[in-house]
Design a protein around this ligand. Structure first.
Ligand code: TSX
Ligand code: MN
Length: 619
């Protein structure tokens, strides 16, 4: 059976041009000169200008199967889907190898690695010399955001990894349409990627070429990205974290908008009224699950606009508008199931590239948490035979699915609106066993910025640090802010001042699905029942839900939350909203220490917000 027997079910091959052009149909001189210069340096055997067509994707998938990078899954079970097994040391983003090379160290701030830009550029140039020998250099023009949207931004990434081309094809609007925007004069961000594994003449390639030396480097002032040595996720799909967050956050600061690590949802009430919410959560809080929520309460609907990144700006009408700059989902597989996220499971029916999940005997995929009982025999993410007694996970904990957002059954019809959707509320979440109630409404924008700046999560996996240790992850942007985080806080405060001059300032909420009771169990059922919290939020917007003031902000009145059909006893509900003043004073001290790390870049307003909190706790 050949691949051609199984064309993409959602997009017939007949739509594709008869053959992929090997030179662009439009010719932006700046891109062509840049590519020529890079080819001179990196010495690829060939150059391929990506047109983004179905045929091109198909040919690359065939090549990847022939190279052994991808294995096709059983087309009867998982149509036109593939499994990649990475090098076992190339399995995650590498924060220790991620650099912000601003001219001045202080402009990268205390939360980023910094290196002197001239020295770093020289080091990268040395590494890149001849690094594509024996490989094809792919040139990928892409648009973040719908092509032609006033909120979209253009980029061009070169890469020597066809796996990265296929991934970028799912995650962005990649191809000729983006190149045409650039030819018409749009600004573009250059991104250079090489796996750093040149091939000598006649040398046989490996399934997952990469290099032990790895760099993910950003030059914020000149808006350039360099990545060396890794083909994994955010290290290599540079349009995502490197561009749409780190470089875009700098562009957003300079141009007066926000580039955020946020999901976007449309919530429709039984009345038919719709609201749009943007929500920032650190990792391991179930952001994709919230983005695809199936409400447990009758008559309520949640639709997906994005699951990871949002770009927000004040529209021409003075309202806060947001787009999802991405075109797909690069989601963590483990924990995704018909129970936790049935919509994601439906999204993954086919046309999906899985990386580092386990394979079943009949050629489908499996990961921890997909089913309550694991299959008796699997091939694990390393390619070894696996049984439940093996004592190791079958899928890598950071294993992923890459799939187009178009396949998501809950995708909102407006998800590609070039003007963006009007944002009614912003949510900040974290994973907290203690101290943080289920939901709190900020007193005003500046208090909301304080809630964003103090987001924290307890560590869940030993590999990331001590389990249970509290880690601050302001705005869930710690690894993704391309400049000094103190300046970023100031930008958020300034953005609020500009919003106040416009028509409407969105409400800000803090949520915590993960509070535990004295007995150590989760107090809130979470998942579909989180829609009850969304209901309270939108009823607050409409002025129909009850709230009472508390030291941390406004919380629901006794009958404010819709608990119909939910079996939760009074005392546990009390624990969900409890505010232990002594514990919160200790937390305030921790926040003070955290804020102090930003020195004189810390805006005074947030120190004032901490002081106000302490006063409310003292009352
Ligand atoms: O994604 C989660 N969400 C958000 C859903 C929209 N998870 C999984 C987090 C890991 C990525 C959650 N886990 C959530 C949640 O709201 N809540 C919890 C904690 C929890 C786990 C199991 C239960 C309850 C809460 N089980 C029962 O109550 C039976
Ligand atoms: Mn993310």
């Amino acid at each position: 059976m050949t691949l051609l027997d199984h064309p993409r079910a959602d997009s017939p091959l007949e739509d594709a041009p008869a053959s992929a052009p090997d030179a662009p149909t439009v010719h932006p001189a700046a891109v062509i000169d840049w590519v020529a210069e890079l080819a001179e340096l990196m010495q690829p055997a060939d150059i391929h200008w990506c047109d983004g067509s179905t045929r091109e994707r198909h040919e690359l998938l065939q090549l990847l199967v022939a190279n052994g990078t991808l294995e096709q899954l059983n087309p009867e079970l998982r149509p036109y889907s593939f499994l990649a097994r990475s090098h076992e040391a190339d399995v995650a983003r590498l924060e220790s190898r991620t650099f912000i090379c601003s001219a001045e160290k202080i402009d990268a701030g205390p939360t980023n690695n910094w290196a002197e830009p001239t020295r770093m550029r020289a080091e990268l140039t040395d590494l890149m010399r001849g690094s594509m020998r024996g490989r094809t250099m792919y040139v990928m023009p892409f648009s973040m955001g719908p092509v032609g949207s006033p909120m979209a931004k253009l980029g061009v990434q070169v890469t020597d990894s066809p796996y990265v081309v296929v991934s970028t094809g799912s995650m962005t609007r990649m191809g000729t349409a983006a190149l045409e925007e650039i030819a018409a004069g749009a600004e573009w961000v250059p991104a250079i990627h090489t796996v750093g594994a040149p091939l000598a003449p006649g040398e046989k390639d490996v399934a997952w070429p990469c290099n032990d030396t790895k760099y993910i480097v950003h030059f914020p002032e000149t808006r350039e990205i360099f990545s060396y040595g890794s083909a994994y996720g955010g290290n290599a799909i540079l349009a995502k974290k490197a561009f749409a967050l780190r470089i875009a956050s700098v562009q957003a600061r300079d141009e007066g908008w926000l580039a955020e690590h946020m999901l976007l949802i449309k919530v429709t009430a039984p009345t038919g009224r719709a609201y749009h919410l943007a929500a920032a959560f650190p990792s391991a809080c179930g952001k994709t699950n919230l983005a695809m929520l199936s409400p447990s309460i009758p008559g309520w609907k949640v639709e997906t606009i994005g699951d990871d990144i949002a770009w927000l700006r004040i529209g021409a009408d003075g309202r806060l508008r947001a787009i999802n700059p991405e075109a797909g989902f690069f989601g963590v597989a483990p924990g995704t199931s018909a129970k936790t996220n049935p919509t994601a499971m439906d999204t993954l029916w086919g046309n999906t590239v899985f990386t580092n999940v386990a394979r079943t005997e009949d050629g489908d995929v499996w990961w921890e948490g997909m089913t309550s009982t694991p299959p008796a025999h699997l091939t694990d993410w390393r390619g070894n035979a696996w049984t439940p007694d093996s004592g190791v996970p079958a899928a890598h904990p950071n294993s992923r699915f890459t799939v187009s957002a178009r396949q998501c059954p809950s995708i909102a019809s407006t998800w590609e609106d070039p003007e963006g959707v009007v944002i009614d509320a912003i949510i900040f979440g974290g994973r907290r066993a203690t101290n943080v109630p289920l939901v709190v409404e900020a007193r005003d924008w500046d208090h909301g910025v304080f809630l964003g700046a103090t987001i924290a999560s307890e560590q869940t996996a030993a590999a990331e640090g001590t389990v249970g240790e509290l880690r601050r992850d302001p705005f869930a942007m710690l690894p993704f802010c391309g400049y000094n985080m103190g300046d970023y806080f100031a930008h958020w405060l300034d953005f609020g001042r500009r919003l106040r001059r416009s028509a409407r300032v969105p409400r800000v909420f803090q949520v915590n699905w993960f509070r535990k009771g004295a007995d150590g169990s989760f107090l809130w059922p979470g998942f579909g029942d989180n829609a009850r919290v969304l209901q309270w939020m939108v009823e607050r917007l409409d002025g129909t839900a009850g709230a009472v003031d508390s030291p941390l902000g406004s919380i629901p009145t006794a009958d404010g939350l819709n608990l119909d059909g939910l079996d939760i006893d009074e005392s546990r509900l009390g624990e969900l909203f409890a505010q232990d003043r002594e514990a919160l004073r200790v937390e305030a001290d921790d926040i003070e220490t955290f804020f102090a790390t930003f020195g004189d870049r810390m805006p005074a307003e947030l120190d004032r917000q901490l002081e106000l909190l302490r006063r409310r706790l003292a009352d």
